[in-house]
Design a protein around this ligand. Sequence first.
Ligand code: HEC
Ligand code: HEC
Length: 434
Amino acid sequence: MAKCLINTFENIHKLFLFAVITSTVGILSVSGCGNSIDSYPDDVIYPFRSDLIVDELPKLTHDRLPGPGQLDKAIARIKELGGKTMNPRDLPENLRVELDTELQQNFGTPHKPTVGLSTNSEINALAKSLKLDEETLAAGSKLYRRNCLHCHGLAGDGRGPTGPWVNPHPRDFRQGKFKFISSNPGGNKIKPRRDDIIRSLKNGVEGTSMPAFGLLGDLAIEQLTSYVIHLSLRGEVEFETTRTLLKKKNNVSELFELLPDEEPAKETISEFVKLYLKDLLKSYQKADSKAIEPAVYPNFTDAELVESVRRGFHLFSSSASDAFGCVSCHQDFGRQQLYQYDEWGTLVRPSNLTLSVYRGGRRPIDLYWRIKRGIPPSKMPAVTIPANEESQKIWDLVNFIEALPFPGLLPDDVRGKVYGEAPRGVASLPESKK
Ligand code: HEC
Ligand code: HEC
């Protein structure tokens, strides 16, 4: 009974109702499925993108979020607020069919997900080296259906039944963008390392509704990671092709401007999809090759640690040329509600760093990576520092951020400026008081 109820995606709502009713009499028995949940029926296909593409963001900041369930309505308002959106349904029928056919041929179906045409040996080799083989993807797809689909959606659009009701919204994978990355800059695109995705899956995303899936075990996490990459590759190819065609008056030649180093054999959508996919796979490979590795964390004495926290405070809050002025966004150390648009057209606020909640992980190395690499889709910039000063300055910032939520850990003078009588908005304190 339970098994057949979760056999189709549409039945998830029914399952929910069923669960609510039966739980009162103690028979919440989806357990009959164990981990052997079926794959999708083989006639289910990934839907063609129909929600708006956000092309330019409005400059506005907001002090509150749209209400629950308002995701697509809020995105539709972006145009009124001075941004630009485009409707994928405006793509002419012939181009749309051509793109959809290419997507299906390259990325298969939820039942049999693939990456690249089986006849393309170069792409196959790249996909294999990134663990994007058919067997791993098929296993990942089943696990995704059971654990992730209700939030992240069938095509990874972040619009599963639960998606619009939680904030931040579950990641929409279709732009190929991730927040919590430790990859060195390189490749044509910013991509996460596999380990970055694995970490988000194992630990969850603290302070959001994204659960930790560590209990599924390492093999399942690997398979899910491959499937997330598959969805984001498919989504990004669809996103960039659709956006470029709509922007450039449906001129297919314009697509190849996105690939300045490639010589296309012919200027067709099929050729573009092949070359663009190859480019993306290479960027993933490059990202995976090496993590950002800081110099070892210095062995501070207590007195040195106090000095480091003090230096970190200066780097964070001063706009002097030797500092970073992080408070320009994290105003009042993030205690102000300054929502801004992120790359998905949803709202994000510079984190309140007095709360000790870190989405991308709380180890010193996690914070190091956040600062060094920034959080690109949320518009938090990467810091630029001469290489010889880099590790020291970033560790100073990390020490300050780790002490910040705990007034007792801050040196007296710093504590006064963060929590004491000093006016909030420390950025504007006169130099003599710092
Ligand atoms: C209850 C809803 C929910 C479920 C279930 C869920 N997620 Fe998430 N997921 C989220 C939210 C919310 C975020 C964080 C959004 C943010 O920080 O902007 C997220 C973020 C992510 C990220 C992005 C990390 C980054 O660096 O940007 C990945 C990858 C991810 N989820 C994968 C999965 C996978 C795989 C599953 C199933 C095993 C899953 N999620 C299940 C809600 C969910
Ligand atoms: C242009 C605006 C901007 C600037 C400048 C900025 N940040 Fe951020 N920062 C953000 C936003 C937005 C977020 C929230 C990102 C999210 O959750 O998607 C954030 C989040 C963070 C986080 C939390 C990461 C986590 O895992 O949750 C830390 C730590 C942080 N910023 C540190 C810094 C430091 C240090 C600086 C200065 C070197 C800085 N920020 C400069 C916008 C900014």
